[in-house]
Write a protein that binds this ligand. Structure first.
Ligand SMILES: Nc1ncnc2c1ncn2[C@@H]1O[C@H](COP(=O)(O)OP(=O)(O)O)[C@@H](O)[C@H]1O
Ligand SMILES: [Mg+2]
Length: 246
């Protein structure tokens, strides 16, 4: 078995007196697709944001290929470029067209040439089904589902080693959810390493290698989709699923 990409050890995060993450440990192997489920306020977003250092953990370690990214002299900027992030709210650059959205980080952050960046952007836009007819459109001309697919292509264009998704379909109209989930399913099959916070239980069951149930700042239970959805061990997992799968 290959070495994990990420090993999160005893991660804690407090906001003032409020301890939101209480000793979380998780290893992520190359190619693994992990879904994180749990009630609102259980700390899922804070966990993802702590993984890519949008939040600074209060305690614990995040090992990336064995090196602790929280060490003072670790190059955290390079680390963050290795993790693509997709948010609920798309966060596209509204003044840039679709193609430019997928180019800009490549030329500014990765210092790729314009022509190289353009080729890679187009490949990834095609990969998420945002084909040539959309490339000159501005985000405001797109549906929510299209915007989210552009956001995914943009994140992929910097060749991340893992992609983090924070409820990527929660802001979408119901009819747009399927196209985004389908895109993510194709990515999962392609061997991309993915950590996905989601309320789409069917998706989590069908696409994940592993499901994490978070409750009040801890990993209350984790296991295969079959184990979590069919034979949950913990009462609080059963309660949560009962509410969601009714
Ligand atoms: N920047 C912040 N400052 C203070 N409290 C925060 C901040 N971000 C999140 N929290 C608190 O952390 C808790 C967990 O939030 P969050 O990680 O967003 O949960 P989830 O994504 O599971 O809904 C909530 O009580 C929330 O109010
Ligand atoms: Mg959240």
């Amino acid at each position: 078995m290959s070495n994990p990409i990420l090993e999160i050890k005893h991660l804690k995060k407090s906001f003032g007196q409020n301890q939101v993450l209480k000793d979380i440990s998780l290893s992520v192997n190359p190619g693994e697709v992990i879904s994180i489920i749990g009630s609102s306020g259980s700390g899922k977003s804070t966990f993802l944001r702590s993984i890519n250092l949008l939040e600074t953990p209060t305690e614990g370690q995040i090992l990336f290929h064995g090196e602790n990214v929280l060490e003072k002299n670790y190059d955290a900027t390079t680390y963050r470029e290795k993790l693509g992030m997709v948010f609920q709210s798309f966060n596209l650059f509204d003044n840039l067209n679709v193609l430019e959205n997928a180019i800009v980080a490549q030329t500014t952050v990765l210092k790729r040439t314009r022509s190289e960046a353009e080729i890679i952007a187009k490949e990834n836009l095609n990969r998420v089904g945002m084909t040539e007819q959309y490339w000159s459109a501005k985000p405001k001309q797109l549906s929510g589902g299209q915007k989210q697919r552009v956001a995914i292509a943009r994140a992929l264009s910097v060749n991340p080693e893992a992609m983090l998704f924070d409820e990527p379909t929660s802001a979408l109209d119901p009819e747009m959810v399927g196209e985004v989930l389908k895109t993510m399913q194709v990515l999962a099959k392609s061997g991309l390493t993915m950590i996905i916070v989601t309320h789409e239980m069917e998706f989590a069951r069908d696409v994940s290698d592993r499901v994490i149930f978070m409750d009040k700042g801890v990993i209350a239970e984790e296991g295969s989709p079959k184990q979590i959805f069919e034979e949950p061990k913990e009462e609080r997992t059963r309660e949560f699923l009962k509410r969601f799968l009714k």
